[in-house]
Design a protein around this ligand. Structure first.
Ligand SMILES: Nc1nc2c(ncn2[C@@H]2O[C@H](COP(=O)(O)OP(=O)(O)OP(=O)(O)O)[C@@H](O)[C@H]2O)c(=O)[nH]1
Ligand SMILES: [Zn+2]
Length: 296
C-alpha cells in the first residue's frame, strides 16, 4: 500500500502522484456502493498491480471540497484581480474572498496590470493594498513582466494546494508565466502544461507541480456563486467583521438595520472598511433574492 495525492481524473482513471512518480489508478468498487468517490486533491492510499496500474483504496478526511469544479483539500486561492482594464472591482474580489473563507481556503491577492496606472491611481491602489493587508491577507502587485516580492509569493506556494481564480483577461496566465521565468527551480513542463489553459474546450481538473506545491487553474473556480452560503453564515466569511459579531445586541444580527449593531459601529468609526461593508450588504441582498427564486 502506498500513499499518494490525486492530481488528475480523466475517463474514470485517477492520476495518483507518489514519490516523484505518477500512477494511473481506478477507484475500488466499494466507493460506488457507498455512493462516494475520490476526487482530485484527495490524499489516498493505493495499491499497484503487476502491470503498473493501480487501485485507489481509501482517501483521507477532506479539509474542504468543491462540486464544480470537483476538487478537494484546497489550501489557498491566488485571487487575481486587474487594477485596470478591466477597472478594479472590489465587489468581485470581496466575493471571491467570502467564497474562499467559507470553505476554509486562504486567499492570496494579486493585483495585476499596475503598470497601466497613473501616479494617482497607483497611490489609490496602495491604499487598497493596505486595507487587505490590515484584514490579514497577503497582497502582491503585478506588472506586465514582473511581480513585486515574487520570491515571497513563491514561498507561499510551497507545500500547498493553490487554486488560481479571477475573471477572464485579468492576467492569470501572464502571472504564472512571470513567476516561472524568475524562479531558479524552473519546472518548465509543469508550467507549460498549466499554461495550456484555454486551449482545450473541456478542461479536466488537474493539479500541476509548481514551486514545491500544487496549483490548479480551472476556469470553474472563477465562476463560483454565493448560492452555497446563507445570510447567517456570510458574516463569518468576512473575517474583519468577526471580532465585532458577539458585541451586536441581537444574536443572529445581519448588521443591516438592527439596533445596537457592533459591526455597523465599527464601519462608522473606520475600523471596518466601508468598501468591505458595502460588498457585504450587496451579497446579503443577492443571497436573499436567490432564496426567493428557489422558493417559487
Ligand atoms: N500591461 C499589462 N498587461 C497585462 C498584465 N497582465 C496581463 N496583461 C495582458 O492582459 C491580457 C490578458 O492576460 P492573460 O494572462 O491572458 O489573462 P487571463 O486571466 O489568463 O485570461 P483567461 O485565460 O481568459 O482567463 C493579455 O493581453 C496580457 O498581455 C500586466 O500586468 N500589465
Ligand atoms: Zn450586527
Amino acid at each position: 500500500m502506498k500513499n499518494g495525492l490525486i492530481i488528475g481524473l480523466q475517463g474514470g482513471f485517477y492520476t495518483v502522484f507518489a514519490d516523484g512518480k505518477s500512477y494511473l489508478c481506478r477507484a475500488r468498487g466499494k466507493f460506488r456502493n457507498q455512493k462516494r468517490a475520490p476526487m482530485v486533491g484527495d490524499r489516498v492510499t493505493f495499491t499497484i498491480n503487476d502491470d503498473g496500474s493501480g487501485y485507489v483504496q481509501e482517501f483521507s478526511k477532506r479539509k474542504n471540497s468543491f462540486v464544480r469544479p470537483a476538487i478537494a483539500n484546497i489550501d489557498q486561492a491566488l485571487l487575481v484581480c486587474a487594477a485596470k482594464e478591466p477597472d478594479l472591482q472590489l465587489y468581485l474580489l470581496n466575493k471571491f474572498i467570502a467564497l474562499m473563507e467559507h470553505q476554509n481556503v486562504t486567499p492570496i491577492i494579486l493585483f495585476t496590470k499596475t503598470d497601466l496606472l497613473n501616479t494617482d491611481e497607483y497611490e489609490q491602489l496602495l491604499a487598497v493594498k493596505k486595507i487587505y493587508e490590515k484584514i490579514g491577507y497577503a497582497v502582491f502587485l503585478g506588472e506586465e513582466k514582473k511581480i513585486i516580492d515574487e520570491q515571497e509569493l513563491i514561498r507561499l506556494l510551497a507545500d500547498k494546494i493553490t487554486v488560481l481564480a479571477g475573471q477572464t483577461g485579468v492576467g492569470k496566465s501572464t502571472a504564472l508565466n512571470t513567476l516561472s521565468k524568475h524562479t531558479l527551480n524552473l519546472e518548465t513542463n509543469a508550467i507549460s502544461m498549466a499554461l495550456g489553459r484555454g486551449k482545450h474546450t473541456t478542461r479536466q481538473v488537474t493539479l500541476y507541480p509548481l514551486f514545491d506545491g500544487w496549483i490548479s487553474d480551472t476556469p470553474g473556480f472563477s465562476s463560483l456563486e454565493l448560492d452555497m452560503i446563507s445570510v447567517e453564515e456570510l458574516t463569518w466569511d468576512f473575517i474583519d467583521f468577526v471580532p465585532y459579531i458577539n458585541d451586536c445586541k441581537f444574536r443572529g444580527c445581519l448588521h443591516i438595520n438592527e439596533p445596537g449593531c457592533a459591526v455597523k459601529a465599527a464601519v462608522e468609526n473606520g475600523e471596518i472598511f466601508q468598501s468591505r461593508y458595502q460588498s457585504y450588504t450587496q451579497f446579503i441582498t443577492e443571497i436573499q433574492e436567490q432564496k426567493v427564486i428557489y422558493k417559487k
